[in-house]
Ligand binder design. Structure first.
Ligand SMILES: *[C@@H]1O[C@H](CO)[C@@H](O)[C@H](O)[C@H]1NC(C)=O
Ligand SMILES: *[C@@H]1O[C@H](CO)[C@@H](O)[C@H](O)[C@H]1NC(C)=O
Length: 342
């Protein structure tokens, strides 16, 4: 190579560097500029997909997502959380035989609102003494009433969550009903009996939001260290605000949020709320299956917390995709005792 050629090769790079084009995403945003997701440069003049919030700076997750483990272990946990004690144990027997039900907690969790009927929230705890795992799995929305109530609440109020940020009042109140209704005593007992076990926290739909709150709650109340907690949710609605999502991603190394194709629920409430100007944000890491989720289906490990590259691309949203994960109808799977997939 001639020196002259080298100069023409290197000069543009030096020029770009001198204007800070090679700053990483966090540095770039801290200077009040945008980071361009397309060319990975800071403040690109021509940029289709601009990142303006540091929560969305591209990143690979700290833990490894395992599709097979999600289907064979976490899916039966979704099922167990959604059914009664007897069928929950059947879910374990059929899929994870060393897992034993500890308790089921069922409480009234609706707002004391005269126009809405009472609804119940449920969750299950379980212990596996051979794999040294404790489980908290939360039930989904039952029927449209409860979902309607959740959506109404989106426009009503948020509550301060410890010193972290704000979460939706409905999720907060529902979680507190469970916590006071026996979960706190139960989880403290389990932690005392099995001090070095991992805690796996999970749920689908409303259960997913409660799982997110639950994982945060046991860490904030000093019962578990975040390194011992694993979270996997399916079809989770936006649960808290930006600060909550940011704290979550800085706290939990193992946290995956499964989204099936056009599932409508991860899109509510909208990030750009009309009534409530405080934006709501998902926490990392979204795993997006834009297909029917049968075994072997591809998936995307989203580099952003709540950005443009995965499920947020979808405009046509589907309730059917919400109730089906891993090609399984979650409305009936638990009550059937989570028949083992072949
Ligand atoms: C919830 O409230 C209703 C009506 O007040 C009551 O009949 C029901 O037993 C309560 N459920 C639980 C789990 O406490
Ligand atoms: C994830 O990994 C990064 C880089 O090693 C580290 O700085 C960060 O603290 C880790 N986050 C969590 C929640 O473990």
């Amino acid at each position: 190579m001639t020196p002259r050629f080298l100069f023409f090769l290197i000069f543009p790079i030096i020029l770009l560097q001198s204007v800070g084009a090679f700053l990483n995403c966090e540095q770039c945003l801290s200077q009040g500029k945008h980071y361009c997701a397309d060319d990975k440069l800071c403040n690109s003049a021509i940029c289709l997909n601009k990142i303006t919030k540091s929560i969305n700076c591209p990143r690979t997750p700290n833990a490894t997502y395992d599709d097979v483990e999600a289907r064979t272990k976490w899916l039966p946990l979704f099922g167990a959380g959604a059914t009664n004690a007897k069928m929950a144990q059947k879910c374990f027997d059929n899929n994870w035989p060393t897992m034993k039900l500890s308790t089921r907690i069922l409480v009234n969790c609706s707002d004391p609102s005269p126009i809405l009927p009472t609804t119940e929230c449920a969750m299950i705890t379980a212990v596996d003494t051979s794999q040294r795992v404790l489980v908290m799995t939360f039930r989904a929305t039952v029927g449209n009433t409860q979902l309607g109530e959740e959506i109404l609440n989106y426009f009503v109020a948020k509550k301060k969550f410890f010193d972290i940020g704000y979460i939706f009042e409905f999720f907060y109140d529902a979680y507190v009903s469970l916590w006071r209704g026996g979960l706190e005593t139960e989880i403290r007992n389990l932690k005392y009996k099995y001090p070095d076990y991992e805690l796996w926290v999970t749920g689908h739909s409303l259960g997913a939001a409660l799982a997110s709150v639950g994982a945060s709650w046991v860490v904030k109340s000093g019962i578990f260290r975040p390194e011992r907690v694993k979270l996997m949710t399916a079809g989770q609605p936006r649960t808290g605000d930006y600060d909550y999502a940011m704290w979550h991603q800085n706290t939990f190394a193992y946290s995956f949020r499964l989204v099936h194709a056009h599932d409508v629920v991860p899109h509510v409430p909208f990030q750009e709320e009309i009534v409530d100007k405080d934006k709501m944000w998902h926490h990392r890491t979204e795993i997006w299956y834009n297909n029917d989720m049968t075994p072997g289906s591809p998936y995307k490990i989203c580099p952003e917390a709540d950005g443009l590259y995965c499920a947020n691309q979808q405009l046509d949203l589907s309730w059917n995709d919400h109730t089906h994960y891993f090609n399984t109808d979650l409305d009936v799977y638990g009550d059937q005792g989570c028949p083992k997939k072949t």
